[in-house]
Design a protein around this ligand. Structure first.
Ligand code: ADP
Ligand code: MG
Length: 884
């Protein structure tokens, strides 16, 4: 049993009990998005909802009630994937739906509450397309009212970010599970050159009957070939068990021990509990501590043997493991002295049994798989054969051979992905885009209206954009620039070229604060300073825009009297129609899903697209992940900016931080104080904005003006607070991370971050980027929740560099790129089962090989590539996706 799963289960049932009433009385959005699907089927024909979907809805509703602050599950909604994925497979949920859930939830925590609401709603709508019952109210309830608006256009299924499986027809009540993406790259199946046996049903195996085959199918295995591509979740390496006495702080290990004692004690006045488990292995004892897992008392009996995996931590000078994964061990493995695969399981399938079947299959059939990768490429990339890889991935003879197997299988994934990205780019360039030529004089006169000179890097980016706009092909460009590098003005200048020729532009930002800020900049730049447009031709469309004004904007966009619309997701939710949309800017692109970008793009015909990101990823990775985009990098900050002085303070040094703030305010400057959460609820120790605001405003800074900003406020309230802060009506803004993205108040010089150890590097860097935007010295003060967290590697890195690129490199090394890449990467990660996207060398190798193959044979027409072509098409599925 997986420790964390049970925590959530406890939580589910508790919430069910506590919140039954609220659930019934709250208008429930998670029923409201499938009106058509619901009405097209008679009530009694609709199947009851699958348990895994039911569970999903429970959490979504809870999130909804909590105001989308990612608290429905301890540790964030994404944590539910650990157990949900398996349950969904057990329920036979369509693979495409599973992948959609994974990719949305993975990126969930990074969204603003508004974005989260959108994301969950969109996801539920997607689910209800395949499972009409998800759009159905429980029988006891009256049908939900028709939602005020629905997204009119069906957005194309993105190929990069979701499973490459074909989309099941909506009327199919319960589609058969599609094999997971990894099995799609299986080169053998249905190929004439492949031993027929690989397509054989699993019942051909000794000991697999119809019932077992059914269970295995739930895990995505229908054929022997599928089994070969059902990779272990992890391994137990019994060749190198670590004795407890030689454990070291900070290492991630698996150890085996017997349970000595289990204790549970209440904390926080009985609201929560801590569990302590002591295990020993004869060389020493180790304490495991858990939070809110009272059921452990019954689960872990004294004397039972378990294997425990996790990171060795320290508490009061002694080594501990916090909330490790653990499993009962099979004693016989202990004596095998080899690396043992551990598979994900489902009901009726036992680890030992599956392992035995796998051993049959791999030993007989892995060597028979025909390699789709031509020898020339395989040898050039120094990869082991597919047969060796498939054998070793299941039953590794050594860690070294396992590594080679992983490398080969990972290479395949990136290689196919990269081939696809290259083809997308070629296809993208094959349609025509309208030309927008401008003269140097015209451009100069635009630049002359700016209050500053562009940096050389901005000039280069602008030149790239100008060239794209005059190329006759639709622009598909990413502008990558560190926080504060001045991307907005570049986008505005690009926009001026297009609207100068009478066409329309749409700018989409992830939050209303940001949209409003862009609106102001665009009005300044394109109306007030330069007079190209009237103010009324540049409009703001966000969720809180009054309906009458929205109507006005819709009309203006339709008849072409409005030239630029700037907004949030509202731009795509609203049935906005453009007369002639030719230019689209998407700011902070990692905050949007591919579907959302595609939805906006579909509002024009082959419009030029500019996406912007402050995500500074290393070039090789950018080329792979964004390989279909052209990239401009703004790698310079405007002159006069000073590096932000960053200090890590211990919690007891908080007074010093307050002194810095006070000093800056006395000089007419402003400060941010940012908190990780809005109230104390579940998470211990995190200082909370709302709670502390009282104390800060009445005691510590009683003489100063403080504003409060958090995710539970309505968009209009948030905007009001931000506006007041910008207009210096507040000296200090106390806030949750809603200020994170792009907010520009150059007069603020202090960023104090409480609970700093709870943030990822990317977020810390983004937050820090809110100050240091003027010419004054700015300060970033990081206070972790615990004294010992002050040594935290990430916090120390922050104090050592101001460069987003350096931090990104570090983050990649320590945590993987998920955080820096956002949704797009989340999509990649689900496609890539085996490849480690942090492995820059492997990525580069696969990319080089893909590029050189693409140069030689772009349509894979040569006969020696026939097998490869089949494998490639299977990997990507049929139609063409949108990968912007
Ligand atoms: P980001 O790249 O993070 O989106 P912004 O576009 O918000 O950055 O720009 C940050 C600040 O720098 C804004 O106040 C903007 O007016 C200012 N700025 C942009 N370009 C320049 C420049 N070349 N010289 C001076 N200030 C600039
Ligand atoms: Mg910006």
């Amino acid at each position: 049993m997986h420790a964390k799963v049970a925590t959530w289960d406890c939580k589910i049932s508790r919430f069910c009990l506590e919140s039954q009433e609220t659930f019934e009385s709250t208008p429930d959005m998670f029923y409201m998005h499938t009106f058509l699907a619901r009405n097209s089927l008679p009530h009694d024909k609709i199947a009851p909802m699958q348990p895994s979907l039911e569970k999903l809805r429970k959490f979504f509703r809870l999130e909804h009630e909590n105001g989308y602050i990612d608290t429905a599950i301890i540790g964030g909604l994404a944590k539910m994937l650990d157990f949900w994925e398996g349950e969904a497979r057990t329920d036979g949920i369509a693979e495409e739906v599973i992948q959609a859930v994974i990719s949305r939830l993975r990126s969930y925590e990074k969204l603003s509450p508004e974005g989260r609401a959108e994301s969950l709603k969109g996801l539920w709508k997607r689910i209800a397309e395949t499972y009409p019952e998800a759009g159905q109210k429980p029988k006891t309830q009256t049908p939900a009212p028709r939602p005020p608006r629905q997204v009119e256009k069906e957005t194309p299924t993105p190929k990069v970010e979701s499973a490459p499986a074909p989309r099941p027809a909506p009327q199919q009540p319960k589609p058969r599970p599609v094999p997971p993406p990894r099995s799609e790259s299986f080169a053998g199946a249905k190929t004439s050159q492949t031993p027929a046996a690989l397509n054989a049903e699993l019942t051909v195996l000794n000991g697999v009957g119809i019932a077992n085959a059914k269970s295995l199918e739930k895990l995505g295995m229908k054929t022997l070939g599928d089994m070969l591509y059902y990779f272990p979740r992890r391994y137990e390496d019994y060749t190198q068990l670590k004795p407890i006495k030689s454990l070291m702080y900070g290492e991630v290990v698996t150890i085996i021990g017997t349970v000595q004692s289990v204790h549970s004690r209440p904390i926080k006045g009985g609201k929560s509990s801590m569990q302590e488990v002591i295990i020993s292995d004869g060389t020493g004892a180790l304490r495991l501590s858990f939070f809110n897992n009272p059921w452990l008392i019954n689960k872990l009996k004294s004397g039972s043997a378990i294997s425990v995996s996790g990171k060795i931590d320290q508490y009061l000078g002694r080594l501990v493991m916090n909330a490790p994964d653990f499993e009962d061990i099979e004693m016989e493995n202990l004596h095998t002295n080899r690396i043992v695969p551990i598979y994900s399981l489902t009901e009726n399938i036992a680890q030992k049994w599956l392992r035995k079947q796998m051993s049959q299959v791999t030993s007989h059939w892995a060597p028979a798989v025909v390699d789709a990768l031509p020898d020339s490429i395989r040898l050039a990339a120094r990869l082991v054969s597919i047969g060796e890889a498939l054998t070793q991935i299941h039953f590794p003879s050594s860690q070294d051979r396992l590594k080679l197997a992983r490398e080969r299988l990972g290479f395949d994934e990136i290689f196919y992905l990269q081939m696809g990205v290259l083809q997308q780019k070629r296809d993208w360039k094959s349609v025509d885009g309208r030309r927008f030529p401008v003269s140097d004089e015209w451009m100069q006169s635009r630049l002359a209206t700016l209050p500053f000179d562009l940096t050389p890097a901005q000039q280069t980016a602008l030149a790239d954009i100008r060239a794209d706009l005059d190329s006759g092909k639709p622009m598909n460009r990413l502008v990558q620039g560190d926080v504060g590098s001045g991307k907005t003005v570049v986008a505005a200048l690009g926009t001026s070229i297009v609207i100068g020729a009478g066409a329309q532009a749409a700018i989409m930002a992830p939050t209303s604060i940001l949209a409003e800020q862009h609106h102001r900049s665009f009005v300044n730049l394109l109306a007030r300073e330069s007079g190209i447009l009237n103010e009324s031709e540049i409009r703001l469309l966000v969720g809180s825009t009054p309906e009458s004004e929205k109507e006005d904007i819709r009309l203006g966009l339709m008849d072409g009297t409005i030239k630029i619309v700037i907004g949030t997701h509202a731009l795509i939710e609203d049935p906005v129609v453009f007369k002639d949309l030719q230019f689209i800017v998407i700011d902070e692109q990692h905050r949007f899903g591919v579907e959302q970008r595609a939805a906006l793009r579909n509002k024009g015909s082959n419009p030029h697209l500019l996406v912007m990101t402050a995500t500074p990823i290393p070039r090789s990775l950018a080329l792979t992940v964004f390989g279909d985009l052209d990239i401009s990098v703004i790698d310079q900050l405007p002159t006069g900016r000073q590096p932000i002085n960053t200090y890590v303070l211990r919690p007891q040094e908080r007074e010093r931080a307050f002194t810095v703030i006070r000093g800056q305010v006395q000089h007419g400057k402003q400060a941010f104080i940012v908190y990780p959460l809005i109230d104390e609820s579940e998470k211990i120790e995190a200082r909370a904005a709302v709670d502390d605001f009282e104390k800060l405003s009445h005691e510590i800074f009683a003489d100063l003006k403080l504003g409060l900003l958090h995710g539970r406020m309505k968009p209009a309230e948030k905007d009001e607070v931000m506006t007041k802060f910008r207009d210096k009506e507040f000296d200090i803004l106390v806030s949750t991370t809603v200020v994170e993205v792009g907010v520009d108040v150059p007069n603020s010089t202090v960023m104090l971050i409480e609970g700093a150890d709870r943030f990822g590097l990317a977020q810390l860097h983004q937050l820090r980027g809110r100050v240091g935007r003027g010419s004054d010295q700015s300060f970033c003060l990081l206070i972790p929740t615990r004294e010992d967290a002050a040594e935290n590697e990430r916090l120390q890195a922050m104090s050592q560099t101001n460069s987003g690129f350096e931090l990104a490199d570090l983050d990649l090394k320590t945590r993987g790129p998920g955080e820096f890449l956002g949704t797009r990467q989340a999509g990649f990660a689900t496609t890539l089962k085996m490849a480690n996207i942090t492995d820059v060398k492997l990525i580069e190798k696969a990319r080089e090989q893909a590029q050189s193959l693409f140069d030689r044979d772009p349509y894979l027409e040569q006969s020696e590539h026939a097998l490869l072509k089949e494998a490639f098409e299977r990997f990507w599925g049929k139609g063409k996706g949108d990968v912007s």
